[in-house]
Design a protein around this ligand. Structure first.
Ligand code: PLP
Length: 369
């Protein structure tokens, strides 16, 4: 029987490059001819040391990470970092104050978690809906805050920063879980960047933290030891058993990014892919609608409604069923917002995005009243 091609538009864990999966499959039972799997390997062995060092070096190369930054491979996901960031950094200044920009679900969760450890200030008036980045001229950043935090790409709401905030004093911290390595980033502007791997750089299990060295050693005394950046940096991420297989997969994905032109090439492709979808939306005369301000529409996660700006649920179900028949899966919007969401991470190809755009155009022609 002929197998139907599946295109995974899921928000994460998400599509991986086919070549990465094939390589992992090939090496699964016998890594590099050593007779065992990475799954069975000691994290202190020479073979694993090579894997983690190669992964770190590739990341340093792809992001041009300056030498005064540590790269950590941790467990606990992005959510673990919602706690780790304040536990490690809110005490940088005695007042224990932190500033947050809240543009969606994930930064809201991070700000709430930080409230356990100090005083949290949201620097802009509360948003009625998560559809924009509030104008930076309206931000009241506290020069005495320990850090300014933002989520570079809000995965649920599809709001992405198209600029790097200038905190003018406090250290800049960013959650890049859902757009990490989708474009170049000037790491030197940040005190800390973190990203769960399961969207753009691998599978679930490992979270990358890139942290400037001078920020280490300031953790609150109640910081759990596995979340203490200084402890993890001092042990090259091996204070406890790291997520070895996830680090190995990340290494393969980073190699794939490098072989495909690096972050500049990813950015070019991500612009192309997201434009294909946004163009169909904006020329549909309101049949499709995306609530996000055009200047901060995400290249990674495109949320949209079908039928009207509130969404016609029956039509949206029909849209999803029709897409599934064509092999296009995981297009349902997040349960908190409904509608449709197409995630277009690095491993999603231009052809995949074109297939979705073609389907959207056909669906529009068939159902427009
Ligand atoms: N930050 C962002 C931007 C996310 O999209 C997610 C999850 O989707 C998280 C944090 C939380 O990540 P985790 O589920 O790994 O804790």
């Amino acid at each position: 029987m002929e197998s139907k091609q599946t295109i995974n538009f899921g928000a994460g864990p998400a599509k991986l490059p086919q070549s990465v999966l094939l390589q992992a499959q090939k090496e699964l039972t016998n890594y590099n001819g050593i007779g065992i799997s990475v799954l069975e390997m000691s994290h202190r062995s020479a073979d694993f040391t090579k894997i983690i060092n190669t992964t770190e070096n590739l990341l340093r190369e792809l992001l041009k990470i300056p030498d005064n930054y540590k790269v950590l491979f941790l467990q606990g996901g992005g959510s673990g970092q919602f706690s780790a960031v304040p536990l490690n950094l809110i005490g940088l200044k005695e007042e224990r104050r932190a500033d947050y920009i809240v543009t969606g679900t994930w930064s809201a969760k991070a700000a709430k978690e930080a409230e356990k450890y100090g005083k949290v200030n949201v620097v802009h008036p509360k948003l009625d809906s998560y559809t924009k980045v509030p104008d930076s001229s309206s931000w009241a950043v506290d020069p005495n805050a320990s850090y300014l935090y933002y989520c570079c790409n809000e995965t649920v709401h599809g709001v992405e920063f198209n600029f790097t905030p200038d905190p003018k004093g406090p250290v800049l911290v960013s959650d890049m879980s859902s757009n990490f390595l989708s474009r170049p980033v000037d790491v030197s502007k940040f005190g800390l960047i973190f990203a769960g791997a399961q969207k753009n750089v691998g599978c679930a299990g490992v979270t990358v933290v890139i942290v400037r060295e001078d920020l280490l050693g300031k953790a609150l005394k109640e910081c759990p030891i596995v979340l203490d950046y200084q402890v993890q940096a001092g042990n090259s991420s091996l204070y406890n058993t790291p997520p070895c297989f996830s680090i190995y997969i990340m290494g393969l994905v980073l190699e794939w990014i490098k072989n495909n032109g690096g972050t500049e090439a990813m950015e070019h492709l991500n612009k192309q892919k997201s434009s294909l979808i946004y163009d169909v939306i904006s020329t549909s005369n309101g049949f499709y609608s995306c609530p996000v301000d055009p200047d901060c529409r995400s290249r990674m996660n495109v949320p949209f409604r079908v039928g009207s700006s509130q969404g016609d649920e029956a039509l949206e179900k029909k849209f999803l069923d029709g897409a599934a028949k064509l092999g296009m899966i995981s297009l349902k919007g997040h349960r908190s917002v409904g509608g449709i969401r197409a995630s277009l991470y690095n491993a999603v190809t231009v052809e995949d995005a074109q297939a979705l755009a073609n389907y959207m155009t056909r669906f529009l022609q068939e159902h427009q009243s």
